[in-house]
Every structure is written in structure tokens, then in C-alpha cells.
Design a protein around this ligand. Structure first.
Ligand code: HEC
Ligand code: HEC
Length: 213
């Protein structure tokens, strides 16, 4: 009798803890509070509204806030440990901000409208489209569309928007996943995709994605 009461109490406490964790992870953040930080600090590289002008700096406008928040947390080194996503610039840039501020910034950039890039290479557009829509069954490469959506808009909260992004940035990320330099993808989802791709395929799909809406 005593034991079963204890078990019930334990179960209730565990439930309480889970509920609290979930509440901490999900609140929306305040775009109006995020805007001044986003435009002044982050805007220097990503553009005040998240539409970066330089291919090395990804566009953040219109990205899912959950994905933005996850990346910010991954860039931030937790108690002396190596950050989950390593990039000298971003590891430094994000260090000063706490979870609440990150959530506000994510909410701001997520609410902006992306000004998308265009595909530039006529010769590879067909290959890029084929890989994006259908993958390559002969080598077990899945279609990008399966997770990132037919128009590259992603599927919140797990799968980021990739359509309209700079081809150079997309190419660099795919190579980083392939080489294991970027390893913050849950269940190795992107590393298992990128490892099956040649340089030429990465270039083709990255260019196609730049023009995808
Ligand atoms: C000095 C330039 C610079 C500044 C300032 C800067 N960033 Fe970045 N940011 C970058 C670069 C470069 C990358 C790409 C990193 C990589 O290649 O992995 C990046 C990547 C990111 C990403 C990942 C995007 C994605 O699609 O995965 C997020 C999120 C981000 N930055 C948020 C911020 C925020 C928030 C701020 C302001 C607090 C900020 N950045 C300030 C240069 C900058
Ligand atoms: C099984 C699902 C899945 C498939 C298939 C997939 N992706 Fe992804 N992709 C993800 C996930 C999940 C992430 C986010 C990783 C993280 O949280 O950092 C991601 C992230 C990315 C990023 C980084 C975005 C950024 O802003 O930094 C790029 C680029 C990308 N994927 C391109 C592709 C391409 C191109 C293909 C097809 C060749 C593809 N993906 C297929 C799940 C998938």
C-alpha cells in the first residue's frame, strides 16, 4: 500500500517535471523585444530584417523561430563545453545572450519576409531539381523535398526552410555535414544525406534551392 502510493507520487512528480520542461521550451518570444537587438547587433551581417546581402551570412528572414532558437543554442557553449555547432563568428556573437533574448530574436527574424535568391546555373538546374524532388534511388539518397517540403519552406518545427537561401551558404553547409564539421543535426539526418552526395550534386542542388519558392 505504502509502496504503491510512493510509486504514484513519483509518477506525478515526473509528470510535473516534464510539463515544466515543455513549457520552458515552447513559449513564443516577443518579436518587438527582439527587434532592437536583431537589427543592431545581428543586422550588421544578417541584415536588419534578416535579409543578408552577403552569401557567407545566411538569410534568417522567414525562418521557423524554433529552428533559429535551436541554432542559437547550439552555437552557445554551455558551461565550458565545446558548442554543438562550431563557427568562430557565431560562437562569439551569441555568447552574451540568454534564452529569453534568443527566443525574442528568433521570433523577430521568423516574422520577417524573406527576399529569396535566384538560381544562376542553367546547365545544372535539371539535376538540382531531380535530386531535390526525387533523390537518387540507385544510391539511397532521399529526396530533399521529403523533409524540407516541395517548395523549400520546411516543416516546422524540426525541418528548416531552405528555399531562397544563398547557394554558397547551402553548399558550405552540405559539405560541412558531409565532412562531419557540422554535427548538430538530430539523428544524423543531414550527415546521412550529405555523405551520399558528390561535389557536383551539392553544387547543383544548392543552386536549384536558391531559386525555390
Ligand atoms: C560578424 C557577422 C555576424 C554577426 C554580427 C552575426 N552573425 Fe549569425 N552568422 C554569421 C555567419 C557567418 C553564419 C554562418 C555560420 C556557419 O557557416 O555555420 C551565421 C549563422 C547564423 C545562424 C544559423 C542560420 C541557419 O540557417 O542555420 C543564426 C540563427 C544566426 N547566425 C543568428 C545570429 C544572431 C541572433 C545574431 C545577433 C545576436 C548574429 N547571428 C550575428 C555571421 C554573423
Ligand atoms: C530525413 C529528413 C531530411 C532530408 C531527407 C533532408 N534534410 Fe536537410 N535538414 C534536415 C534537418 C532535421 C535539418 C536541421 C538540422 C539542425 O537542426 O541543425 C536540416 C538542415 C539542412 C540544411 C541547413 C539549413 C541551414 O539554414 O543551415 C540544409 C542546407 C539542408 N538541410 C539541405 C538539404 C538538402 C539539399 C537535402 C537533399 C539532398 C536535404 N537537406 C535532405 C532534415 C533532412
Amino acid at each position: 500500500m505504502k509502496r504503491s502510493l510512493l510509486a504514484l507520487l513519483c509518477a506525478l512528480t515526473a509528470f510535473g517535471v516534464h510539463a515544466a520542461d515543455a513549457a520552458k521550451a515552447s513559449p513564443k518570444g516577443d518579436a518587438a523585444r527582439g527587434q532592437p537587438i536583431a537589427s543592431s547587433v545581428c543586422g550588421a551581417c544578417h541584415g536588419a530584417d534578416g535579409n543578408s546581402q552577403l552569401a557567407a551570412n545566411p538569410k534568417l528572414a522567414g525562418q521557423h523561430p524554433e529552428y533559429l532558437l535551436k541554432q542559437m543554442k547550439n552555437f552557445k557553449a554551455a558551461d565550458g563545453k565545446q558548442p554543438e555547432r562550431v563557427n568562430a563568428i557565431m560562437n562569439g556573437m551569441i555568447a552574451a545572450f540568454d534564452d529569453g533574448q534568443m527566443r525574442d530574436i528568433a521570433s523577430y527574424f521568423g516574422s520577417q519576409t524573406q527576399k529569396g535568391e535566384t538560381a544562376k546555373n542553367r546547365e545544372t538546374i535539371e539535376l538540382g531539381q531531380k535530386l531535390y524532388r526525387g533523390g537518387d534511388q540507385t544510391k539511397g539518397l532521399p529526396a530533399c523535398a521529403a523533409c524540407h517540403g516541395p517548395a523549400g519552406a520546411g516543416i516546422p518545427a524540426q525541418y528548416p526552410r531552405i528555399g531562397g537561401q544563398f547557394a554558397e551558404y547551402t553548399e558550405a553547409q552540405l559539405k560541412a555535414f558531409r565532412d562531419g564539421v557540422r554535427a548538430n543535426d538530430p539523428n544524423k539526418m543531414m550527415r546521412m544525406v550529405a555523405i551520399k552526395m558528390t561535389d557536383a550534386e551539392i553544387k547543383a542542388v544548392a543552386d536549384y534551392i536558391a531559386g525555390l519558392r
